[in-house]
Design a protein around this ligand. Sequence first.
Ligand SMILES: [Zn+2]
Length: 264
Amino acid sequence: MIKVTPLPIIEHNGNYAWIIEHAGKVTVVDPGDAQPIINHLREQDLDLDYILVTHKHWDHVNGILDMKNAFPNAVVYGTGHADIPGLDHPILGGEPLELMGLSWKTWHTPGHTLDHIVFYTETTNPEGESQGHIFSGDNIFACGCGRMFEGTADQYYESLQSIVNLPLDTIIYCTHEYTLANIQFALHVEPNNTYILHRQDVCTDLRDKGKPTLPTTVVEELKSNPFVRCDQPDVVRAAEQASGQVLAKPQDVFAVIRDMKDRF
Ligand SMILES: [Zn+2]
């Protein structure tokens, strides 16, 4: 069985580092700050085998060297499109990996940054069915997506599609607890989407109890995330009203709603 735990780090920034346990091995994804992760692993009496890094931003990489000092056996796999501190194995995307007794796929997902990559694996659940898991960094978020710092709208749209084209029940482990703010914007775009209203109730309740709203799943995003609903009539209409233009392609709709969110 795989166990994946969200560990809050850099709380003012809403980051989670994901701790993955499988087959007696331990991995941390995007250690933007080392001390809370070191404390957690020590409390749980866990060693650290691997560090995965999706992209170069400080809140994903600043803890890597201290993690390696605390756990000298830890090996770092991360984007090879940027200068990542402590990187042992640069991954450009497309390289298969065998880690923790699991087979992993990697691919390049430019948009938020140009160096961004994602890590995907499948486990078998107790019913013998396949279960997908994607560690997606700042690419897609629950009901939102990352800021478009470096890529183009076409690149970012394609990267998001590469995630939501995975099986519907794929679990998405993204980095930031931005869900409630993202839902506000999603309702601005689609005020009549009852699934977003339902999701607002569920996530408000979780946050009131101090619990994470993550991970999410592909199907939840397809129902409620405007950035992967750029072909839906209500989303197209909202983007056309905001831009005053007829938008022929979903990539153009994406560009407009990404810009709307920056100003929201
Ligand atoms: Zn980032």
